[in-house]
Design a protein around this ligand. Structure first.
Ligand SMILES: [Zn+2]
Length: 243
């Protein structure tokens, strides 16, 4: 059986509380979920060459999930990338990424490698490099084009990732048959209408998952622990978890 190996390049929410890096994680060193602003630094810390990434998957366009992309593009242009890369994200990802990247690093898209942009839509299966992504609509910031969670199939294994969201049907949908779930948990007790918290929401997320499937909390504030929930742990910056 293929291992699912998750390495967190960050585990904090948008405010980087307590010095935590903003949330993002690698799947088997080849697929990057989210591109937080510190992406390049974090990849260097965990010893993963950005040129070895096959796919970048974005849940939405808030800066803590998206603004590392211009830096990845910078690295790929100037540090010898030759093979194609896929970038998957919600509606308007390509246009927004190109607009920002060209403005902050002019010329960064004059490139000799190939970028394949894939627009993720809820319910539409997206296949890239042996990865099968099923985007689900979650409920976060209505001012954005869309916010997605993902049910992921990778070499026959099933991973779920919530993206940023309040507790909603999309979260329960992807939890049901996941072997491993990565969930945002932005605070311990705060009732923020666009996020989940530990005390009110995580017991319900945990209950929706098969009991043998680990739940990993990320996008946290430093006072988030595992809430004494079974088979639940809190992601740490630069740590790797194997399932
Ligand atoms: Zn967000």
């Amino acid at each position: 059986m293929h291992d699912l190996r998750l390495t967190f390049i960050g585990s904090g929410n948008a405010f980087s509380p307590g010095g935590l890096c903003c949330n993002g994680f690698l799947l088997n060193d080849r697929v990057l979920f989210e591109a937080p602003p510190q992406t390049l630094g974090s990849l260097n810390t965990v010893g993963v060459d950005p040129n070895e990434l096959d796919v970048v998957v974005l849940s939405h366009h808030h800066g803590d999930h998206f603004l590392g992309l211009p830096f990845l593009l910078l690295h790929w242009k100037w540090k010898g990338r030759t093979r194609p890369v896929r970038i998957v994200g919600p509606r308007n990802t390509e246009a927004l990424a190109k607009d920002i990247a060209q403005k902050v690093f002019p010329g960064v898209l004059d490139i000799s490698y190939e970028i394949e942009w894939a627009e993720a839509e809820p319910g539409k299966l997206c296949r890239v490099n042996g990865l099968e992504l099923e985007p689900v609509q979650v409920e976060h910031d209505d001012e954005l084009s869309s916010t997605l969670g993902y049910a992921v199939r990778y070499h026959g294994r099933r991973l779920a990732y919530t993206g940023d969201t309040r507790l909603c049907d999309g979260v329960f949908d992807i939890a049901r048959d996941a072997e491993l779930m990565v969930s945002e948990c932005a605070s311990r007790t705060d009732c923020i209408p666009i996020h989940m918290n530990l005390v009110d929401d995580m017991p319900r997320v945990r209950a929706a998952l098969p009991s043998g499937s680990p739940l990993i909390l990320t996008h946290i504030s430093p006072d988030v622990d595992n809430g004494n929930l079974a088979n639940t742990l809190v992601a740490k910056d630069f740590e790797t978890y194997r399932v």
